[in-house]
Design a protein around this ligand. Structure first.
Ligand code: NAD
Ligand code: MG
Ligand code: MG
Ligand code: MG
Ligand code: MG
Ligand code: MG
Length: 331
């Protein structure tokens, strides 16, 4: 078993005298900033002048500075910008202020592992990556719990990088749930693979293919929506609570038999071979190059795909159905 570290393994006081700046106030940014502040650590938020987030962060009682000023006065700089904008902001507003002894931190290894950001050797470079979306990182913290995190060290200039990363993870509540050590490479490659093959790409493709198969066969789209999309959450909740076996206990024997006999025909040898290719594209940097170039070109393909996907009939049916579910809205 990989070792999990908890509250007693991490020392918050290592960061107590180190001003921290959180660059960006989005999904992860707001959660890190507020949790660290509530843990008693000195936090500033770095935003570009005119950002809509300035008012939000200030309303939450946080000090906000322009990115370059925030980076200049901080000892620990956590970069929580979208991955595709990190390089430009880093070069213009962070790198000039990276004096020896400072700590540069990330919540995902993409830009370091794929060499979009190349920090000077005299700074610590660490990662603390919550394994959950930002709103959960904040909500669980407020409830006295936390979201499990991965942590890693890329550069250990101070000799204390690992302890500092663990201290940060404690500050955002990660060690309440448990944190696991990894490397920038391992986190980057497994995170990209998970979101492409299973969590985001695999799941949405599976849902759409099931929905389209039923609708094309003449069944009501509303029923297809329930069977192929809505019930996913009910099944996944059971799996997360108690593994595949807990879910299989809960479903009918008919469903369980269909699961064993039909599931492997859907995810067959061809699908597994394609998963292998997708992993290779990640490992070789082919995916990273494609994503970086797509963004440099102004996201033409990304934008077109977003629009096409938003117009899929499963989205229309879903909007209409969800509007009728008052019990869903309270969530
Ligand atoms: P996000 O898109 O929610 O927020 C980024 C914020 O950056 C914006 O809200 C804005 O305040 C700021 N911003 C956007 N464009 C900018 C620009 N051009 N210049 C300056 N500031 C700009 O980002 P996120 O999803 O929180 O991701 C931040 C990092 O955390 C990424 O490295 C991501 O991979 C990682 N991460 C995200 C999640 C998640 O669930 N969202 C989970 C783990 C790790
Ligand atoms: Mg997004
Ligand atoms: Mg992920
Ligand atoms: Mg990711
Ligand atoms: Mg059913
Ligand atoms: Mg059963």
């Amino acid at each position: 078993m990989a070792r999990m570290y908890y509250d007693t393994d991490a020392d918050l006081s290592l960061l107590q005298s180190k001003p921290i700046t959180i660059i960006g106030y989005g999904s992860q940014g707001h959660a890190h900033a507020l949790n660290l502040r509530d843990s008693g650590l000195p936090v500033t938020v770095g935003l570009y002048p005119g950002s809509k987030s300035v008012a939000k962060a200030e309303a939450a009682g946080l000090r906000v500075l322009p990115v370059a000023e925030a980076a200049a006065q901080a000892e620990l700089i956590m970069v929580l910008l979208p991955d595709e904008v990190q390089k430009a902001v880093y070069l213009q507003e962070i790198q000039p202020h990276l004096h020896p002894g400072k700590i540069l931190a990330f919540a995902h290894g993409f830009n370091i592992h794929f060499a979009q950001v190349v920090p000077p050797p005299e700074v610590d470079v660490v990662m603390v990556a919550p394994k959950g979306p930002g709103h959960l990182v904040r909500r669980t913290y407020v409830q006295g719990q936390g979201v499990p995190c991965l942590f890693a060290v890329y550069q250990n200039a101070s000799g204390q990088a690992r302890e500092r990363a663990m201290s940060y993870a404690k500050g955002i509540g990660g060690t309440r749930a448990g944190i696991l050590e990894t490397s920038f490479r391992e986190e980057t490659e497994t995170d990209l693979f998970g979101e492409q093959a299973v969590l985001c790409g695999g799941l949405t493709a599976l849902i759409k293919a099931g929905f389209e198969t039923l609708v094309q066969a003449g069944y009501q789209p509303e029923l297809a929506y329930f069977e192929c999309l809505h019930e996913v959450k009910l099944i996944v909740d059971l799996i997360v609570e108690g593994g595949l076996s807990r879910m299989r206990d809960s479903i009918s024997n008919t469903a369980e038999y269909g699961d064993y006999t039909r599931g492997p025909r859907i995810i067959d040898e061809q699908v597994r071979a394609e998963m292998g290719k997708i992993l290779t594209e990640i490992q070789t940097g082919q995916f990273a190059r494609e994503f970086v170039l797509e963004n440099q070109a102004g996201k033409p393909g990304f934008t077109a795909m977003r629009r096409r996907e938003a117009a899929h009939s499963i989205e229309e049916v879903g909007r209409d159905l969800r509007a009728m579910f008052s019990w869903l809205k309270s969530e």
